[in-house]
Structures are given as C-alpha cells and as structure tokens.
Design a protein around this ligand. Structure first.
Ligand SMILES: Cc1cc2nc3c(=O)[nH]c(=O)nc-3n(C[C@H](O)[C@H](O)[C@H](O)COP(=O)(O)OP(=O)(O)OC[C@H]3O[C@@H](n4cnc5c(N)ncnc54)[C@H](O)[C@@H]3O)c2cc1C
Ligand code: FES
Length: 340
C-alpha cells in the first residue's frame, strides 16, 4: 500500500494485470466501474451473484447483505466474493473476467446532485418522480439504465431505473413503487418538489442492442420503467420489425400509462401492447387478457427463436417468463433482464 495515500488500496486484476485504486470503504465493483473497466454485474446489491469473482491475495470484508444463498459458504472459503458487496482491507489481487462490450454503450459513472421537480401517484403504490440534474449538461446515460440514490436515513443506496429515453436536459422520470416499511421507496415516494437528492450513475446493461429484428418486451409492476425507456428509444428511430410489449399487473387499478401505450399502438402498426391482469375480480369488467404474463406470452407467440427479449420485474416473473421464452426457442444470450 502507498504510504502517502492511506485511504487507497491497489487492486490488481488477473489475468489482465491491470491495476486500479479503490478507496477505503468503496466496493470493488464501484472501483472497477469508475476506472472505466467492464465486468459482469446486475443488482449491485448482493442478490444476483452476477459479479462473483475470486480474490487470490489480500484482506477484504464481505458485507452483511450477502446471504449464504448468493454466496455459498464453500465459495467464501475458496476466496470467492461478490464484487458489489466486498470492500478491500489491504491491496488485493482479484481474478476477474473482463467483459466484451458487445454493442453496449458505457458512460462514465458520476456522482450527482438533483432537484425533485414533480411527484405524483400513477397507481395506489407507484409514484412518478421527476428529477432534474444540477450538473451543467446533465449526465449521459443509455435508455434502460438505472441510477442509485442515496437514502440518508439508512446510509445506503437504492437503484431506480429511468423511465424515459435519454434526451439531453430533460427531467428524468422514475417509477417508484412504495414498499411497506421499505426505507428507500418510502424516502423516494415522500420527496416533495424542490427537495435535493444525491446519488450516482448511470449503471446497468439493459440497453437496446439490435433493432434489426423482432423484439419482445415484458414487464410487471414498476418494472415498466426501463422497458418504457427502451420502447421510446426504439420508436424514436427507424424500426421496421415487430415489437411486442406484454405488461403484467394484478388488477385494473394497477395499470398505468395505458393511454400512452395504446396511442403508440395506433401510431405504429408494428407495435403491440398486451396488458394482462392476474388477480382481477370476476365481477368487474375487463375485456383484455387475464392470468400470468408468462402464459399470455406463450398464447401470443409460440416461436420467439429469432427475437431479442427484454424483461423487467420481480424474480418470479423473470423466472417464469424466461422458461416460456426458452420453450419458444430463444437462447439465454438473447434475453436481457433487470430483476427487482
Ligand atoms: C437494477 C435495479 C433497478 C431498480 N429499479 C427500480 C425502479 O425503477 N422502481 C422501483 O420501484 N424499484 C426499483 N428497484 C428496486 C429498488 O432498488 C429497491 O430495492 C426497492 O425500492 C425496495 O427498497 P426499500 O428500501 O424500499 O425496501 P427495503 O428496505 O430494501 O426492503 C423492505 C422489505 O421489503 C421487501 N421488498 C423489497 N423489494 C420489494 C418489492 N419489490 N416487492 C415486495 N417486497 C419488497 C424486502 O425483502 C424487505 O423485507 C430496482 C432495483 C434494481 C436492482
Ligand atoms: S450480486 Fe453483485 S451485482 Fe448482483
């Protein structure tokens, strides 16, 4: 360790031999991304295990949020860590596979300060929160990505996906679902216009990669946010193929922005919006699809083998829909998802 910079640790990545500096208290993943390197990751919160890597030498601490489910005890014994939830306690040597970009755009991760300009309810528990960046030219991001907001009360961060496509100097829309006793979502949903928020970003790899084919978008609940950004991006440019958006909600009252989606369907005959309700009371009128979204997808599209699919929603939705898409012939490499 360098004596003049006591708060920095040197982390060597193998097999590339690249060296980066990571601040005391900073996660390895944060240090890696902020040094402009690309590795596999998803939730940034110790859940998805996509950021698993092996420490070959040095001292470190794995955060309490990592459960035995995300990182098995024998893996810990062998030196495996989750980069998003591990902080160095000495210089380290870490075995990491760097990722090829494969058409993804990477933007520098920056700390931001922003002002809340609007907070309104879209459903009984989902809020539209609009945020204006104070950085002179905003922060560049790709449609489908997310930011992390600082949640002061718990001194942690929570991730929220932008719900609009990237446009310079436009307020950013977020759809935040209020979770009972959830520190982050309640903090966000209670923010009033004029309030200051801080955080960092952009993060995430759900980006529109190939518009030269049929596309399928599937979301549930607040998972509509990044999907909306991607579809807006798609139809803002030339798109000659077929795009489907399947949206799963529990009841009619949980649907939102429906008019916007049906308008898009009218404007673009190659866009198809299919909302489905899983828990709609029988005595209320609903002429659309019912049941779980995975079954509805199967009903509409039996062969998805040539498509790309973008999924966002709770783990059970991602799991059931992924199985349906596999059955329809889609390969894992053509499925892009954010789970929350
Ligand atoms: C990449 C990414 C993007 C995300 N984008 C969005 C977004 O656009 N909009 C959005 O609303 N959220 C989004 N999330 C989820 C968000 O980051 C928080 O996890 C969520 O708001 C809950 O945080 P909390 O602090 O309120 O709850 P916590 O205090 O973390 O949890 C409180 C309790 O609620 C449970 N819980 C947590 N999440 C849920 C849930 N979704 N449903 C039911 N119970 C839950 C927990 O298990 C716990 O028991 C995203 C997450 C990730 C990883
Ligand atoms: S567990 Fe680290 S990114 Fe999901």
């Amino acid at each position: 360790m360098n004596d003049t910079k006591l708060d920095l640790y040197e982390v060597t990545l193998e097999p590339s031999g690249k060296q980066i500096q990571v601040k005391e208290g900073q996660t390895l993943l944060d240090g890696i991304i902020r040094n402009g390197l690309q590795v596999s990751y998803g939730c940034r919160h110790g859940n998805c295990a996509l950021c698993k890597a092996k420490v070959l030498d040095g001292e470190y601490e794995i955060m309490d949020r990592v459960t035995d489910y995300s990182l098995l005890s024998f893996e810990r014994d062998e030196g495996y860590v989750l980069l998003c939830s591990t902080v160095p306690e000495s210089d380290l040597i870490v075995e990491i596979e760097e990722e090829e970009s494969e058409g993804l755009e990477f933007h520098p991760v920056l700390d931001f300060e922003a002002t809340i300009v609007n907070n309104e309810r879209l459903t009984k528990d989902i809020h539209l929160i609009q945020v204006e960046m104070r950085q002179q030219n905003g922060i560049r991001y790709s449609s489908g990505q997310f930011f992390e907001f600082d949640i002061p009360e718990i001194e942690q961060t929570r991730a929220y996906s932008m719900a609009n496509r990237y446009v310079e100097k436009q307020p950013l829309d977020f759809h935040v679902k209020r979770i009972e006793n959830g520190a982050g979502s309640n903090y966000m949903c209670d923010l009033q216009p004029g309030a200051t928020v801080t955080g960092s970003g952009p993060y995430g790899k759900m980006q529109l990669i190939n518009r030269e084919k049929d596309l399928i978008f599937i979301a549930g609940g607040s998972g509509m946010a990044p999907i909306k950004a991607l579809v807006e991006e798609l139809f803002n440019g030339q798109y000659q193929h077929q795009a489907w958006f399947f949206y799963g909600a529990r009841t009619k009252d949980d649907l939102f922005l429906t008019e916007q989606w049906t308008r898009l369907e009218k404007d673009y005959p190659n866009f198809h919006f299919v909302p489905a309700l899983s828990d709609q009371p029988n005595d209320e009128e609903w002429l659309g699809e019912t049941g779980y979204i995975a079954n509805v997808v199967e009903k509409y599209l039996s062969d998805v083998s040539q498509m790309d699919a973008y999924l966002c929603g709770p783990p059970i939705l991602i799991e059931t829909v992924t199985n349906t898409l596999y059955k329809g012939g889609l390969r894992r490499s053509n499925i892009f998802s954010d789970e929350f």
